[in-house]
Write a protein that binds this ligand. Structure first.
Ligand SMILES: [Zn+2]
Length: 412
C-alpha cells in the first residue's frame, strides 16, 4: 500500500508537469490564432488562463497562477525536471517560482542552476526550507530586484474576509510591515488600558471589539452599515431551522440569523428593514423581473445580487462587481433577470474577448451556458436560496413561498 501511494504521488507530479507543458503550448497556439484574427499584440493571450481554469475545475484566478507557473518553469529546466520526476510536487515548484518571479530570465535560470533541484538537492526539505534556499539564491543573484519587489508589494495592500468555523469570520489586512505593526500595537495598547481599568473581557476580545468599533464608527459595529440577510419567513418568524445567507460571508445557522435580525436590532437600536422576495418553493428560483432600460436598474441589480450571490463563472467565488447582459445588449439582449448575471470584474472582461459566447440555458434554477474559443461549453446554475430544499422528515409546508431579506439600510 505504501509503495502504491508513492507510485501515485509520482504519477500526480508527472501529470502536473504534463499539464504545465500543455498550458504553455495552448497559450502559444491561442496567441497565434488571436494574432491571425487581428487581435492587437497587447491584448493577445486574453482568456487563455480562464480556459485552463475551466478545464482544471479551478477559479480564473487560480488558472492564471497555474499558467504563470507553467511559463516560468519553461525557463527553469532543472526545477521542471524535478517536478516531472516527482522530486518536487506542484506546490513546491510553485514556491520556487514565486520567489524567483521578480528576477530577469537570465537570473532565474542561474538560480535554477544553483538549486539543481533535479539532482535531489532539495530532497527531504519542507516548504519553509525550500523557500529559504530559493530566497538565499535569489537575494545573492539580484538584491536590487528583491528591493524593487518589496516596493511593488506595497501596491498590493488590501483587506479580505473569509469564513471561519462556528459562524466566525477572518477579517484580514495585508499591510506594509510598519503599518501592520502599528495597527496591532494600537489595539494591544487600548486592550491593556481597558483591562487595567477593570474591564473583564479578555485581551483578545477587547482588541476585536475595538477593531470593529473603530472601523464601523459605532459600538457594536453594524449600526449604520447595511448588511443584507437572506432568510425564509419561517426562519424569521416561526423558529424554523432553515439556514440563512449573509452576502459576503455565506451560510449562517437560523438561530444566528434571527439573533442578528431581531435581538441585535432591539439591543443595539438598529433599524431593521424587511424586503420580500418571492421564490419558487421547489427550486428556490427567484421570480423574474423585467425592464426596458439598458443599464440595470437598482432593483434588478439587487435581485441579481441576491440570486447569484457570487460571480457566476464556475469555480469562481469572487464577489459580484458587474451586472452583465448574458446576451449583449447591442445584439438585442434584453435587460431582464433572465438575461442578467452577476460577474466579477475579471470574468466580465474575459467574457467580452473574441471567441467567447454566453446564453441563458435550461436548468433547475437560472442557468447560463458559456462556450469558450475551443468549443467547450460550461454551465452555471444560480445557487439555491434558503428554503429551497424541503426537509425530508416533514412534508413541505404550505406557507407562502416567500423569503425575507432584512437589511439595515433605508432603501427597503
Ligand atoms: Zn469571476
Amino acid at each position: 500500500m505504501i509503495d502504491q501511494m508513492r507510485g501515485l504521488e509520482d504519477l500526480k507530479c508527472l501529470a502536473g508537469a504534463r499539464q504545465a507543458g500543455l498550458a504553455v503550448a495552448f497559450d502559444l497556439q491561442q496567441r497565434r490564432e488571436q494574432a491571425a484574427a487581428g487581435v492587437p499584440a497587447g491584448e493577445q493571450g486574453a482568456g487563455v488562463a480562464a480556459q485552463i481554469a475551466l478545464a482544471r475545475r479551478e477559479s480564473p484566478a487560480k488558472g492564471s497562477r497555474l499558467l504563470g507557473l507553467a511559463k516560468a518553469l519553461t525557463g527553469m529546466p532543472r526545477t521542471f525536471a524535478a517536478f516531472r520526476a516527482g522530486v518536487l510536487n506542484e506546490w513546491r515548484a510553485t514556491l520556487i517560482v514565486k520567489d524567483t518571479i521578480c528576477l530577469s530570465v537570465e537570473d532565474r535560470a542561474a538560480v535554477d542552476e544553483d538549486l539543481a533541484a533535479d539532482t535531489g538537492a532539495l530532497d527531504g526539505l519542507g516548504d519553509k526550507a525550500v523557500i529559504a534556499a530559493v530566497r538565499a539564491a535569489a537575494y545573492r543573484r539580484d538584491p536590487a530586484a528583491v528591493a524593487k519587489r518589496a516596493a511593488r508589494a506595497v501596491g498590493e495592500r488590501c483587506v479580505s474576509l473569509r469564513p471561519a468555523p462556528d459562524t466566525m469570520a477572518y477579517l484580514t489586512a495585508l499591510l506594509p510591515v510598519a503599518q501592520g505593526v502599528a495597527a496591532y500595537a494600537a489595539l494591544t495598547r487600548d486592550a491593556d488600558a481597558a483591562r487595567s481599568a477593570g474591564n473583564e473581557r479578555s485581551r483578545g476580545q477587547v482588541m476585536a471589539d475595538t477593531l470593529v468599533e473603530r472601523v464601523t464608527g459605532t459600538p457594536g459595529g453594524i449600526n449604520g452599515v447595511e448588511i443584507q440577510l437572506v432568510m425564509t419567513d419561517r426562519t424569521l418568524l416561526q423558529a424554523d431551522a432553515e439556514p440563512a445567507r449573509l452576502p459576503g460571508y455565506g451560510t449562517i445557522p437560523a438561530a444566528v440569523a434571527r439573533d442578528i435580525a431581531l435581538t441585535g436590532a432591539a439591543d443595539n437600536d438598529l433599524s431593521l428593514w424587511v424586503r420580500r422576495l418571492y421564490t419558487a418553493p421547489a427550486t428556490g428560483e427567484l421570480v423574474a423581473m423585467d425592464s426596458k432600460a439598458r443599464l440595470f436598474p437598482a432593483g434588478l441589480k439587487r435581485f441579481l445580487q441576491v440570486r447569484d450571490d457570487t460571480c457566476r463563472t464556475p469555480y469562481c467565488d469572487a464577489p459580484i462587481r458587474h451586472h452583465d447582459h448574458i446576451t449583449a445588449w447591442h445584439t438585442g439582449g434584453p435587460t431582464s433577470a433572465a438575461n442578467g448575471q452577476g460577474l466579477c470584474e475579471a470574468c466580465n472582461h474575459i467574457k467580452e474577448t473574441p471567441g467567447w459566447t454566453s446564453q441563458p440555458a435550461t436548468g433547475p434554477r437560472h442557468t447560463t451556458a458559456t462556450t469558450t474559443p475551443t468549443g467547450h461549453t460550461y454551465h452555471s446554475t444560480a445557487p439555491p436560496l434558503p428554503g429551497a430544499r424541503p426537509s425530508r422528515r416533514r412534508p413541505v409546508r404550505t406557507v407562502p413561498p416567500a423569503c425575507l431579506p432584512c437589511s439595515g439600510g433605508p432603501a427597503g
